[in-house]
Design a protein around this ligand. Structure first.
Ligand code: HEC
Length: 112
């Protein structure tokens, strides 16, 4: 391998390493809030809690519930302090910022 090729490979490796640091930094940090964050996170809950949190089945509705109450319960699920079938596992996938944004979104929805 000649010197120029080696140099190119090294530069490439350095760029990939730098990218890795950037990606890690982004995922380690909390999610940056944006206008539709709450709606986007709430879409992940729709399969069970219904569109905009209006449940049609046994899973509790979240629409029109107090935001602070939703945040508290999700955090309790996440920390294993609240009994659940699926919510303890699910809650672990969300940051405080995501939970708070989704809770604000649900609280702002009409109950029915
Ligand atoms: C796979 C189905 C499923 C998904 C997806 C889901 N949930 Fe749940 N959720 C449940 C079930 C079932 C319960 C009742 C507790 C239990 O058994 O886990 C519940 C309970 C809750 C409660 C307590 C409500 C109350 O009145 O006691 C909150 C708050 C909640 N979920 C928030 C969320 C949020 C926010 C999301 C999306 C990030 C979400 N859930 C996604 C199934 C789901």
């Amino acid at each position: 391998m000649n010197g120029a090729v080696k140099f190119q490979l090294l530069r490439c490796a350095a760029a990939i390493a730098a990218l890795g640091v950037l990606i890690n930094a982004a995922s380690a940090a909390d999610v940056v809030p944006y206008a539709n964050l709450g709606r986007d996170v709430a879409a992940n809950c729709a399969n069970c809690h219904g569109t905009d949190g209006r449940s049609r089945a046994a899973v509790p509705s979240l629409s029109g519930q107090d935001a602070a109450m939703i945040v508290q319960r999700v955090k309790e699920f996440r920390d294993g302090r609240r009994a659940a079938t699926v919510m303890q596992q699910l809650a672990k996938g969300y940051t405080d910022t995501q939970i708070e944004a989704a809770a604000a979104y649900f609280a702002a929805q009409a109950k029915q």
